[in-house]
Design a protein around this ligand. Structure first.
Ligand code: G4P
Length: 285
């Protein structure tokens, strides 16, 4: 996880995407179900206009089930096709084929009216780093697919993964950048582990997580660390430190180690299924 984004990278990635997007019918946009809004790229709606759109709430297994449903409704209300998936286990991927046909029905009808039958739908996967694009492509395409293009005798060009007679996927995903400049978004990306840890001090990050959990998932800390009734986030971290027996030499508390434990537990779902983004996304974490 060592993504560094400079204006040059972003301009190049955007140009590449503008080129690739011309070749496709459908944009499959992956978002992280724990932060469905903060893991979106602000330019994607513009880049993907005039294309069929499918949003996948990926890592749905780590996110709050109730909020997964609410976010699906939210995106549907904005005119997107939406599914919740777990690309790692493959859960939810079976439903994609049907929804792709639904999302592309206008294109299919247009082809038909021009006498073009059975032209496969061409799709591309896009999303910010670490959202699960490669995992998704590998699980979805599986082993059954065949690659097309760049073979002797075939015009040199893009590599397409042929999933079946109806659907082809561009084999390299489009990388988008998140809305770094927004501090709330930056913090949420750090919480799920999507940007480099050096960006925020680990104790500070753990304290933010504790504050957020205490507000939105009040039982989570008690359940995992057996703590309750603390006056502030700092005291809670101290209690976790004691509970986990994180000591430096002697009896001195190793708060950094305790912070690392909280961060790791939070990101790996050991504190339960958690969604940080709410529909009214501006609330502070
Ligand atoms: P990217 O191409 O968009 O950059 O993301 P990538 O597929 O590399 O996935 C980033 C991390 O997210 C990987 O974990 C991957 O296993 C995990 N992941 C992807 N989809 C899901 C999902 O639906 N649920 C869960 N729980 N995890 C998912 P990693 O820690 O980098 O690797 P590993 O521990 O899996 O080996």
């Amino acid at each position: 996880m060592n993504y560094q984004w400079y204006p040059g990278h972003m301009t190049k990635a955007k140009r590449q995407m503008q080129e690739d997007i011309r070749l496709i019918d459908l944009v499959i946009e992956l978002v992280d179900a724990r932060i469905p809004q903060s893991s979106r790229n602000p330019d994607i709606d513009n880049l993907g206009k005039n294309k069929a759109r499918l949003i996948l709430l990926n890592k749905a297994d780590l996110a709050d089930e109730k909020l997964n449903r609410l976010w699906m409704e939210e995106f549907k209300g904005k005119g997107f096709h939406v599914l919740e998936v777990n690309s790692k286990s493959g859960q939810g991927l079976k439903a994609i084929q049907g929804i792709v046909r639904e999302a592309c029905k206008e294109k299919i009808a247009r082809d038909r009216s021009r006498g073009i039958i059975n032209r496969p739908i061409r799709a591309m996967v896009v999303g910010i780093p670490n959202v699960g694009k490669s995992t998704f492509i590998n699980s979805f395409a599986g082993k059954a697919c065949t690659k097309t293009g760049n073979k002797p005798g075939v015009t040199k060009g893009k590599q397409w993964i042929r999933l079946n007679k109806d659907l082809e996927l561009l084999d390299t995903p489009g990388i988008l950048w998140p809305k770094f400049e927004d501090q709330v978004v930056g913090l949420r990306l750090a919480m799920i582990g999507s940007i480099r840890d050096e960006i925020i001090d680990s104790s500070e990050l753990a304290l933010k997580m504790i504050g957020f959990l205490n507000k939105d998932y009040p039982l989570a800390l008690n359940k995992r660390y057996d703590i309750m009734e603390f006056s502030d986030n700092h005291e809670a971290l101290k209690m976790i430190c004691l509970n986990r027996r994180c000591f430096l030499k002697g009896e001195e508390l190793d708060l950094n180690r305790a912070a690392g434990i909280v961060i790791d537990d939070f990101r790996n779902g050991r504190l339960g299924r958690i969604t940080i983004d709410r529909m009214d996304c501006r609330s502070e974490v």
